[in-house]
Design a protein around this ligand. Sequence first.
Ligand SMILES: [Zn+2]
Length: 261
Amino acid sequence: MKIWDLHCHLSGLGGRTPDESMARLIALADRMGIERVIVFMGVPHAADPSPEDLRKQNDQVLQALSHWHHRAFGFVYVSPKHVEASLHEIDRCVRDGPMVGLKLWVAARCDSAEADALVRRAAELRAVIFQHTWIKTQGNLPGESTPTDLAALAKRHPDAAIICGHTGGQWEIGIRAVRETPNVTIDLAGSDPTAGLVEMAVRELGARRILYGSDAPGRSFASQLAKVYGADVTDEARRLILGENLQRLLTPILRAKGVKL
Ligand SMILES: [Zn+2]
């Protein structure tokens, strides 16, 4: 079965360079039969990156990808707090570079005019947009988006391919929040491997709107794969979730870039 992992990082692998970290990540992926990984953000993670931080973090990912184009893709790290710098990074890393998506984290909430500008540019380039979302019991960070914020953003950009990172952590709420925005797919990564997540997502969204991701190395490949392997869903749904959906989502930009799989 083709497995593509939507959600991996370089931080936490212990390599002295991006190349070492990337080699370690691929070695772990090989053990689990994972064919392709998507990587975003550098070392250490910068929650509220300056324009300089964005450039440095993206440089690390570009370096990490440089020997692994046959196994990995990258998303460019951007921040709605720095629109001009982020647009520049999108041009540098996606339009003129090898990256195929955007990563937005917790610097500023995504339901904003600033995020609109980044999403518009991504959509022009057919890049997919990954936004971290969470619903924290103790309260979110000031700039941390919820799935509801993401749904509001996605409604304004029906042609953009938008991914709801972590499905909000509290996935029963997250799945419902994005149900009426068909251009949103959900990311299974980074929460505990609780039974019922994949089953509810298939029931409420359909298998085509669900993407396997791990958040490795912060989470193990095994525990996150288990969410999908252990789910009571059809083999067809499992194939879509583990790899086919992500490949389909990336096909427009890969075609535009002339990337052959
Ligand atoms: Zn992550």
